[in-house]
Ligand binder design. Structure first.
Ligand SMILES: Cc1ncc(C[n+]2csc(CCOP(=O)(O)OP(=O)(O)O)c2C)c(N)n1
Ligand SMILES: [Mg+2]
Length: 200
């Protein structure tokens, strides 16, 4: 088991720091709090909010990464969401998408539903699992200095990349994306990505 420190990073700051360099990257925020963090950082048309579906963010990201190999795809999700779809680490590793990063905002809790402890609170090491599956690089980020070093990698280093960012389990204001309807979110995303081809 790795050294287990208390998670302290501010998740809103982490997400806004990461997304400030997004350019034309496609972003898949996991359900709940990662979606509120992403909305707080700007609610962009190239965000594919995964409204209430748990366990699927990384797989939606993989599909996008394979369909759009020239675009960077960032999955920004929670430890609970990733733990529910752990097999996705193996599937991503088999596909080896060079344009994909999976970033877990790891508060070691199921935040949305009342801060129940997840497995990472007990030392389950998600980056080690990603490495074991075959991700090209994986690591744990506990502080802002390390985060600053990792951000350019999320966008430029060959993937698949995995990072667990240890964020404090604070209760924050719920910032909802403007669109709530799944079809509307999908249509906005397709139009922003594909332009006139979105309707073909
Ligand atoms: C299949 C399924 N089970 C349970 C839920 C209820 N639920 C919504 S968010 C959430 C916790 C998500 O935890 P995490 O991904 O770690 O996000 P956090 O809020 O901690 O950032 C749960 C259990 C759900 N939406 N779908
Ligand atoms: Mg969590």
């Amino acid at each position: 088991m790795p050294k287990h420190l208390k998670p302290t990073l501010d998740r809103r700051q982490v997400v806004s720091d990461i997304l400030s360099e997004r350019g034309d990257a496609l972003v898949v925020p996991g359900l709940g709090a990662p979606t509120w963090d992403t909305a707080a950082a700007g609610d962009a048309a190239l965000d594919f909010a995964n409204w209430g579906g748990m366990g699927g963010a990384a797989m939606i990201g993989l599909g996008l990464a394979l369909a759009q190999p020239r675009r960077r795809v960032l999955v920004i999700t929670g430890d609970g969401d990733l733990l529910m779809g752990l097999g996705s680490l193996a599937t991503i590793a088999v596909q080896q998408p060079r344009n994909m990063a999976v970033i877990v905002l790891d508060n070691e809790a199921y935040g949305e539903t009342g801060m129940q402890a997840t497995h990472t609170r007990f030392g389950v090491d998600l980056p080690a699992m990603a490495k074991g599956a075959g991700f090209r690089s994986a690591g744990t980020i506990y502080d802002a200095v390390r985060l600053e070093r990792w951000i350019p990698r999320f966008y430029r280093q060959p993937g698949p990349i995995f990072a667990s960012v240890k964020v404090a389990s604070a209760r924050l204001e719920m910032v909802l994306p403007r669109l709530r309807d799944g079809v509307a979110i999908k249509n906005r995303f397709r139009e922003a990505l594909l332009g006139s081809k979105a309707h073909e």
